[in-house]
Design a protein around this ligand. Structure first.
Ligand code: ZN
Length: 309
């Protein structure tokens, strides 16, 4: 075989291999399409900032990292593993920024992403709201039945769910069910008398109310609902990530039992949920969840022992 012919064949084979690779290559646009199908960006709250926040020159997304927050550990892992895309729940860019400042945590993370050609996609309130999203998953994990959304696909979806247990249970049983099903060491729960601040010197004053739980409002992450709106749900309890002190007082005053399972504790399931969405569609993709078991804050109990909330 002549040298020219051999070179021509080698070049032809290389071109073929490249085009086959690019034909089967999973692209960033494919992952975004998958996310858009499972949790359309249009569902996001108007104040939110979802979508492709950092673009890159990479087209390929064969290695994807899924996380709750874009932290230094997440970005370092993406660099180390050669990931081309990070899919995060909380948007790294939330309020408008005027400059990328190396001296700020956010600026340094953004620069690391840009320098290493790593794209960043955020899917936030759209994942909380979508049918089969984070709130549905959370309700399902603790065994609540949630009615399917109305058949009108244009009906707005709420960023919380109202679910019911098949039979009522005590507040204590509810606490333990949530703690064990969410695999947490601790929860912050309503005071035993259901009225925080009412107990004197450790005495419980049940006021004759034997609280049982059947109907529950589920809201992952930060609780934000008007008390009047909550009252219309007729729920016995609230399961949320975190709630502000005064909102907790108001709901408790209405006789609502409250469980705070932590922002990370309720939203870390974003990682397993999105991993599944992508893996179901692209089984050949290398998807890595980061940060599932590492909450940014935890309880300190005197005498040692840390728990996950
Ligand atoms: Zn959140």
């Amino acid at each position: 075989m002549g040298l020219r012919l051999a070179i021509a064949i080698a070049l032809f084979m290389q071109i073929c291999a490249q085009s086959v690779h690019s034909f089967f290559m999973i692209k960033i646009s494919d992952i975004i399409e998958c996310m858009q199908e499972m949790a359309p960006e249009e569902l996001a709250e108007p104040w939110d900032n979802c979508g492709l926040l950092v673009a890159s020159e990479n087209e390929s997304a064969e290695r994807v990292i899924v996380c709750l927050d874009v932290t230094r550990a997440v970005v370092d892992e993406a660099i180390k593993s050669g990931a081309q895309l990070i899919v995060a729940h909380h948007p790294l860019i939330f309020t408008p920024i005027k400059r990328i400042d190396m001296g700020s945590v956010q600026g340094a993370l953004l620069l690391s992403l840009i320098r290493n050609n790593i794209a960043l996609y955020a899917a936030h309130t759209n994942v909380d709201k979508t049918y089969g999203g984070l709130n549905d998953l959370l309700a399902g994990l603790v065994g609540l039945d949630v009615p399917p959304p109305p058949p009108d696909e244009h009906a707005p979806l709420d960023y919380y769910r109202i679910g019911e247990f098949q039979s009522a249970m005590s507040a204590e049983a509810f606490n333990e069910r949530v703690r064990s099903r969410l695999k947490l060491g601790s929860l912050i729960v309503s005071a035993p008398n259901g009225d925080p601040g009412g107990a004197q010197n450790g005495q419980m004053d049940t006021g004759g109310r034997a609280k049982t739980i059947k109907k529950v409002v589920v809201m992952c992450g930060s609780y934000s609902l008007e008390a009047e709106k909550f009252a219309t749900t007729g729920a016995d309890a609230l399961l949320c990530g975190e709630i502000r002190h005064h909102e907790a007082l108001e709901l408790a005053g209405m006789g609502v039992h409250i469980i705070q399972a932590g922002h990370h504790g309720t939203e870390r399931f974003f990682i397993s949920l999105v991993e599944k969405w992508i893996a179901d569609r692209y089984p050949e993709a290398a998807i890595q969840g980061v940060g599932f078991s590492s909450p940014p804050t935890t309880f300190y109990h005197g005498g040692g022992g840390l728990n996950d909330v």
